[in-house]
Structures are given as structure tokens and as C-alpha cells.
Design a protein around this ligand. Sequence first.
Ligand code: AMP
Ligand code: MG
Length: 421
Amino acid sequence: VSTSPEISPVSCADPFDPLSLSCAEALARILAALTPVAGHECVALRAAFGRILASDVASAIDVPLATNSAVDGYAVRVADLGDAGMQLKIAGIALAGAPFHTRLAPGHCVRVMTGAVMPEGTDTVVMQEHAEVGDGRIRVTRGYRRGDNVRAAGEDLRRGQVALPAGRRLNAAELGLLASLGIGEVSVRRRLRVAFFSTGDELRSIGEPLAEGQVYDSNRYTLYGMLSALGAEVIDMGVVRDRPEAVRAAFEEAAACADVLITSGGVSVGEADYVRDALREIGQIEFWKVAMKPGRPFAFGRVRDAVFFGLPGNPVAVMVTFYQFVAPALRRLAGEARIEPLTVQARCTSRLNKKPGRTEYQRGVLEWDRDGALVVSRTGPQGSGILRSMTEANCFIVLAPERGPVEPGAIVEVQPFFGLV
Ligand code: AMP
Ligand code: MG
């Protein structure tokens, strides 16, 4: 099963001012225009790693299946522990996978190992550290309450209960949980096919010599990494020269095979108007000036049936706009339920240049100080072409539009890369 992602047409009559679109508004508009792909497939558990669950998975069994011991020790009837110094006779042993089958008589206990099914007639497990053993008997040195150190059947999950909801990304814990339910195959949403290319006559590929004014194309590599981390099927279309026919042909080719097309470069105002012309002919594109730094020029819309993102050319701007807009959009298209990134507050130890007007995504290093408080400092120079600021960072420092310069000691909002990337 496979259908194209859908995007609602963008109306020219929208009352907003495109010159002052806020980040929150841009993201809201993008998400509102997208619905998840409908296609799904059944895959084996290991192959499901990183994929998005297409439907709820209910447990076919109680977890745990039987009431069992949570520790190594002695299964007892708590009522037998009444008298201090009372001794219990060891009637036998139960191991995980090797139960003790005889019903326990009063005044007896059973040696149990973690995971062993609770012998009939017992209700509590005395930890071995709290039992003095001698002559085939134990003496319990502590008080116990009924049910201590016992895992009840179904306490984790009841048979029929939803173990994992549709829309969950299947990471290590989810694979383990599914395995614990004996589930070897799951229905997942199909992978998104994402095509991308770079534009710019100054771009060279690795292996080619650089002449003056030329740069190596790095955006296709950051995009490859960011898309792969999201589990997308990546279609790298290379560098497309700044020529109308070349750009147009690339758009057609991408739209024919991909759910999503991402370009970088060439979306600045006044530049490469034929890109706009081509896009306007075969798609519905809004060119937005999002009030953000880096990454102001940004295009969103549709090329034929493919969702289109036109990212700025500058390498850091590509990454910032990707993580703020494209990643949530791809998560939504892929059917993922949780797309909100984690944000935390931290004390900033650097002075940050900031002018009021735009949301800034400065690159920072988040860590604990000696007192155990979260602190963040910026990575060196913050130019939107300085990719090293991303490699050295582990978070974005997000500064709201109204904010001015940040003095050391001020509290700032931080988006850790962990979970975001
Ligand atoms: P543009 O948005 O096309 O005006 O590009 C802005 C800046 O980003 C220019 O300095 C470009 O050389 C640079 N740039 C554009 N595309 C890439 C790319 N794929 N890799 C590295 N730098 C790029
Ligand atoms: Mg360019």
C-alpha cells in the first residue's frame, strides 16, 4: 500500500505578512498542511528498529505470565513469620523455569531464585540477605509485609492491554518490549522517500579541485546524515547548476519518485528567479521570510505531489531550518506521534550577541557545573557558514525574538541535540 503525502493548498489570500512569519507560526502552518503517509508494511522485529508503528500493539499475554520472585531468597507464607525467631523448614527449591510443584505446608519455605514461579501457598519472598540458614531451616531477621519481593502476574501488562500505541518510533526499549510479548513481526508505516539536491555554480564535489570562490558541497552530507537518522530513504540527486532547464528537470525527476524534496541554496530574495518561475509553474510554493537567525529565506509547498522544502544555502542555516521545520514535518508525514523536541532552561555562562526581532538558534555546549546546575556556553563564532559551531555543540540556545543581548548568568532556553538529532 502506498499513497502520496497530502498537503493542503496554500491560499494567496492568507492575511499574514510573509515578511514577519514567526518560527512558531511557520511550524504550525507546515504541520497543519501535512497528513501522514498511509502506506504500511509488516516487518520482522529487528527490521522494525527505528520505524514508526502503524497500529496499536496489544499484549496477547499477561506480563509477567505468572506471579514470580523478584529476588533470590525464600518464598514464605507471611503469616508464618508472625513470631520473632520463628524458623521455617526448607521444603525444596524453585528456579526460573523450574517450578516447585508441591503445595507448601505451614511452617515451611522454598528456596527461590529470581524469576521463579511462586510456589503454591506462598505469598512473600524473604531476601537471602535477611535469612540465617542452618540445618535445613531459615530464621528470618527482618519484618516482612505480604507481597514483598513478589512480581504479580499481569502487573506490568494485562492480556489485551495496549503495550505500544500507533505512532511510536520503535527504539531499543520498544523492540525489547515487543520481544517480551513474543511478537516477532509488526506493522510499520512505510519509509518516507526524500530526494534532495544542492544548487549553486560555486559548488564542487569531493575529489574536484577548488578554484577561487568555489566551495565543496557540504549540505548534501549534512542532509544525508539528518535524513538517515530519521529513518528516511535518501535519494541524493547531486548538485544542480544554476540553469533553468537543469533546475526544472531536477524538480520533475524528484517529484516523480519522492514524497519529499529538499533543496539548499538559491532561495534568497531576488536571486535565481527562474527557480521561482519553475516552482510556480509545477507546484505551489510559498517563499517565507521566517523571523529567525540563521535561516531566514525558506520555501515551503508542493512540487506536483511531493512536499517541498527550499532551505537556505548556508551550511548552519540548513541544519537549523532542518531541525526546526523539516524534521518535525518528516516525523508528522512518517506518522510519528511525538514530535515535540525537549527544551530545558540553563544558566548561560557566555555573553551572547543578540538583536531584538528574530528567534536565534545559537550553538551551545550544555553541561553540569560543579554545583550540579545546568549551564550552557556558546561555541565560538556563530556565522551561518561556520559548520564547526555545529560539530562542537550539543544543543541550540534558543533566544526569543524580543530578547536583546544576553549577559553571563542569564537563564536561557536550550534544545539539547540528544533526542532532537
Ligand atoms: P545561497 O543561499 O545560494 O545564496 O547560498 C548562501 C551561501 O551558502 C553561499 O556562500 C553558498 O556558497 C553557500 N552554499 C550554498 N549551498 C551550499 C552547499 N551545498 N554546501 C556548502 N555551502 C553552500
Ligand atoms: Mg546559490
